[in-house]
Ligand binder design. Sequence first.
Ligand SMILES: NC(=O)C1=CN([C@@H]2O[C@H](COP(=O)(O)OP(=O)(O)OC[C@H]3O[C@@H](n4cnc5c(N)ncnc54)[C@H](O)[C@@H]3O)[C@@H](O)[C@H]2O)C=CC1
Ligand SMILES: O=C(O)[C@@H]1CCC=N1
Length: 264
Amino acid sequence: MTRLVVVGAGLMGEAIFSGLLASGWAPADIVVSDARAERRAELSERYGVGSGEAVDAVADAQTVLLAVKPADVGGVLEEIGDRLAPDALLLSVCAGVALATLQAGVREGTPVVRAMPNTPARVGEAITAVSPGTHATDDHLAEVTEILGAVGRVITVAEKYQDSVTAVSGSGPAYVFLVAEAMIEGGVHVGLPRDVATELAVQTLFGSATLLRDTGDHPAILRENVTSPGGTTAAALRRLEDHGVRAAFLAAVEAARDRSLELG
Ligand SMILES: NC(=O)C1=CN([C@@H]2O[C@H](COP(=O)(O)OP(=O)(O)OC[C@H]3O[C@@H](n4cnc5c(N)ncnc54)[C@H](O)[C@@H]3O)[C@@H](O)[C@H]2O)C=CC1
Ligand SMILES: O=C(O)[C@@H]1CCC=N1
């Protein structure tokens, strides 16, 4: 049997299976399938993994990773849903797509897990929230934790939280990159060469995230540590509050949560 068949080998599919290879899985453990034949060929050539049509590959899979766009899930499940081996596990990372929808698309009794990773998977620093379906056992969750643990941290949440998870951590990297762009532009605006502004902004984001994670201190405490009375940071934070940045983040996360609900 193939340990993992990836159906939809785009950005997320590649990030996850390449992380598994880096963690020691053999290329022979993995088969990639994608609607674009040239993409399959490119990945097979670059990583040495197998490639094939989803409809054939899934019949021999221990786990099927579903990583197509949410709009393509219905068609893919129609194609492969009743082709999975009887004890195969279906692992979906598709935003908004409910366990009920996934379970309705496969044979009764098939174990299904819904997961939401994020793009830092490409560098082994993802956070993924997983929710087991009706027939997923602890062994299935252990398998999923091994797969997604190869690209970062894994937590388990009730499915009712998945749309909110998507809004915070699934989409979250885009918010951080927007902040990065804005900080770099700010630096250029006050006269720094672009490469200097970029290095300052990127390392500041990395260092701040590491400080937050490693100390476990509340972000408000860490922010206060930077903010001298009457100083530069207080002047800047006042402007951010004037421009409603905190409220904008609340509204943005809410909009992403609502969109995830719609996609499902
Ligand atoms: N990009 C992100 O930040 C994240 C994406 N996701 C979810 O992961 C899934 C994939 O997203 P991306 O990798 O960003 O998209 P992508 O567009 O890079 O990859 C999707 C792949 O599916 C292939 N595909 C389309 N129809 C197919 C079919 N019928 N059979 C086989 N392959 C087919 C496409 O050719 C493409 O390579 C989405 O459902 C998304 O919601 C989840 C977490 C984060
Ligand atoms: O924007 C999206 O729909 C996907 C889901 C999470 C990140 N990207």
